[in-house]
Design a protein around this ligand. Structure first.
Ligand code: SF4
Length: 327
């Protein structure tokens, strides 16, 4: 299957006053049309930087040192700003953790949705939609995100709506350009648990109904499991394990993935059995040599401190970056 998004050996550095952060260290990912990929890892593992780099909105001083990203046969790293305007928010859309930060508190929801439609028409050099066409399209978009009283919502200001409703509005805006790829960056983290479940249900429904291709970023394994067909586990700027979600969750092979899953509470199980991963994520200015996980790994041996582990295939769709994956 041809990849819609392909990331090959991608390295990204961010210079700081204290030294250069080696934020992404040889990322390889690929996503076919209609697939959902979850990227999971602790805060600071580089998953959000990676997601934003796909959309060309990575940290300002970040620089790619090698590798490439290709979307729909276009080399993303070589696009100029005019080309990005035709892609960003149109062919690739993103929804964020805190919807309030991305909505204008001074404008009604209807006005903001309408502005998005105007901006898309301009970016794609299409004739502007009439006021009536924009109103019809706004209603369609609100219907797609299962908002049942669109007129009230369109007339509301963001502060008059609940967090879950605001996230639905942001998803509607992200769908306005009929994107080929939707990136969801911690879309449920800022919401109450019951609302989280509703937003995950909505995303799952959109994936099935619209055939969306989705990259979902989260530290929450449960949220990833609810959406993603495939999952990539990131640690300190490296993808350490990747494969079909069910396989990774039931047969994790990388010690970090095993630790991540072992740290999850089991409401039916032994309440004493939670096991935190010892230590903290490393300083990425001076990342550990060899395997970046070795200072925290219970299975580390001498080779782990000197040689970076290559990706090893351990199944039809399951790869692991660990010297001892096959032990
Ligand atoms: S390569 Fe070594 S240190 Fe890294 S995860 Fe595997 S066993 Fe642990």
């Amino acid at each position: 299957m041809t990849a819609l998004l392909s990331i090959e050996n991608y390295h990204l550095d961010i210079p700081t006053f204290d030294g250069t952060l080696k934020v992404l260290d040889g990322i390889n990912l690929s996503l076919a049309q209609g697939e959902t990929l979850g990227i999971v890892g602790e805060s600071g593992c580089g998953k959000t930087v990676l997601a934003r780099s796909i959309l060309g909105i990575g940290p300002q001083r970040a620089r790619r040192t090698s590798g490439r990203m290709t979307f729909d046969s276009m080399p993303l790293d070589e696009l100029n700003e005019a080309e990005w305007r035709r892609i960003r928010g149109v062919k690739i859309s993103m929804i964020f953790q805190d919807p309030m930060t991305y909505l204008n508190p001074l404008l009604t929801v209807g006005r903001q949705l309408s502005d998005v439609l105007v901006a898309h028409a301009r970016a794609l050099s299409r004739p502007a939609l009439s006021r009536q066409e924009r109103r019809r399209r706004c209603s369609e978009l609100l219907d797609q995100v299962q908002i049942r009283d669109p007129e009230r919502v369109e007339a509301s200001y963001p502060h008059q709506l609940s967090g879950g409703m605001r996230q639905r509005i942001l998803i509607a805006m992200a769908l306005a350009g009929e994107p080929k790829l939707l990136i969801a960056d911690e879309p449920t983290t800022a919401l109450d648990v019951t609302i989280q479940a509703q937003i995950l249900d909505l995303l799952r429904d959109l994936v099935h109904r619209l055939g969306l291709t989705v990259v979902m970023i989260s530290h929450d394994v449960g949220a990833i499991a609810a959406i993603a067909q495939r999952v990539a586990v990131m640690y300190a700027g490296v993808v350490v394990e990747q494969g079909a979600t069910n396989d990774i969750l039931t047969h994790p092979r990388h010690p970090y993935t095993q630790g991540l899953l072992g740290a999850l509470p089991d409401i039916e199980g032994d309440h004493q059995s939670l096991e935190a991963i010892p230590g903290t994520i490393p300083n990425l200015i001076h990342p550990p040599s060899g395997c970046r996980f070795h200072p925290r790994c219970p299975r580390a041996t001498a080779i782990c401190t000197s040689d970076k582990p290559a990706m090893t295939s351990i199944g039809a769709d399951h790869v692991v970056a660990c010297h001892h994956a096959l032990d």
